[in-house]
Design a protein around this ligand. Structure first.
Ligand SMILES: *Cc1c(COP(=O)(O)O)cnc(C)c1O
Length: 355
């Protein structure tokens, strides 16, 4: 079976992990600091602050921007649940705006109508590794005095008109096992604002600058040096990984038949976390079975709009956004990861042609 994702580790990860174990410093220490420095360079930001996961990175970023009870954050309903849940964790409420069918990302033309006196931030999600349309989003945020928190959990190395994901607003990345680069579990917050960086650091470690003196209510959302060792080795391979992902995507775009293939808007670099087609003429469940019978793994990211999840229905959400409704029924992600062979790509193309 050709897996939908496959993390790749080698001697580089092993050497750095060994170094950490032999040093005896396994919790947050010098490797985390080095990882943060190199991650900031990747994003061309002044600061990167590591966290224990993408979810805690989002939570920390929202808290650092002072978001809490009574506030609203505008975001996409077509995403992994963590994007919206991180807003709930703070006591604020997410407000869902429909997406564009061509990019799967939040539709900037619909954002202003969703702004209320309670709105504090816009949280675009760079879904599948393609950045949201940041020029209009930044303009709207500026006009209304809103923070921008990028959910860049799937967009390591993506760019928009020459600017990296995570460098527009406060960026939040995941380093989970299936992402373009991984530390097994882990996350990162990127920013050019020294006060946000400082606040994230404070919140990440029990609100403490001086050991056992606590200024604010904080958490334990730290990354470990062991995880940072894996992350560092992966970071140094990211460009190579993303190049192969992009070549795989180009090949599939050229050869797949009968399906709507993903396109990249001018001026953007896609990180190709997922390669996601739209099935408009075949039943998706039977397509998944047919692909599986031919040895091709696939996955649906995401089958249910966030506002239809029970956790949101229980909080009074009662929405139906037309593009999101349609897209959740059509999308299917195919393997795109860097471990695919040319034979694997041919198998995928043949299997899709048979749908
Ligand atoms: C993976 C992911 C997250 C959460 O990251 P974790 O590291 O799993 O906590 C948040 N948002 C999106 C869009 C993701 O894909």
């Amino acid at each position: 079976m050709i897996a939908i994702s496959k993390p790749q580790f080698g001697d580089e990860e092993l050497a750095l992990v060994r170094e950490v174990l032999e040093s005896g410093v396994v919790a947050q220490g010098p490797k985390v600091a080095q990882f943060e420095e190199e991650f900031a360079a990747l994003c061309s930001t002044q600061y990167a602050v590591a966290a224990s996961s993408g979810t805690t990175a989002l939570h920390l970023a929202l808290l650092a921007h002072g978001i809490g009870p009574g506030d609203e954050v505008i975001t996409s309903p077509f995403t992994f649940i963590a994007s919206a849940n991180s807003v709930l964790f703070t006591g604020a409420m997410p407000r869902f705006v429909d997406i564009r069918p061509d990019t799967f990302n939040i539709d900037p033309a619909l954002i202003e109508a969703a702004i209320t006196p309670r709105t504090k931030a816009i949280m675009p999600v760079h879904l599948y590794g393609l950045m949201a349309d940041m020029t209009p989003i930044m303009e709207i945020a500026e006009r209304h005095g809103l923070a921008v928190i990028e959910d860049a959990a799937q967009a390591h190395g993506a760019s928009y008109h020459g600017r990296k994901a995570g460098s527009f607003g406060t960026g939040c990345f995941s380093l989970y096992a299936t992402k373009n680069m991984t530390s097994a579990e882990g996350g990162m917050v990127t920013t050019n604002d020294p006060q946000i960086a400082e606040q994230v650091k404070l919140l990440r470690a029990h609100g403490s600058k001086v050991r056992y003196y606590h200024d604010i209510l904080g958490y334990n959302f730290r990354l470990t040096d062991l995880h940072a060792a894996v992350g560092l080795a992966q970071l140094r391979k990211l460009e190579h990984f993303n190049t192969i992902r992009s070549q795989n995507a180009e090949f599939l775009n050229q050869h797949l038949q009968n399906v709507i293939t993903p396109q990249v808007p001018a001026g953007q670099t896609h990180a190709w976390h997922q390669y996601t087609i739209r099935l408009t003429h075949t039943d998706r469940d039977s397509a998944i079975e047919k692909l599986k019978a031919q040895g091709v793994g696939s996955a649906v990211f995401y089958p249910v709009p966030v506002y239809r999840q029970k956790v949101y229905l229980d909080r009074g959400y009662d929405q139906s956004l037309p593009v999101t409704e349609e897209i959740t029924k059509q999308v299917l992600s195919l393997p795109i990861h860097p471990a695919l062979s040319s034979a694997d790509l041919e198998t995928i193309i043949e299997a899709v042609a048979s749908l």
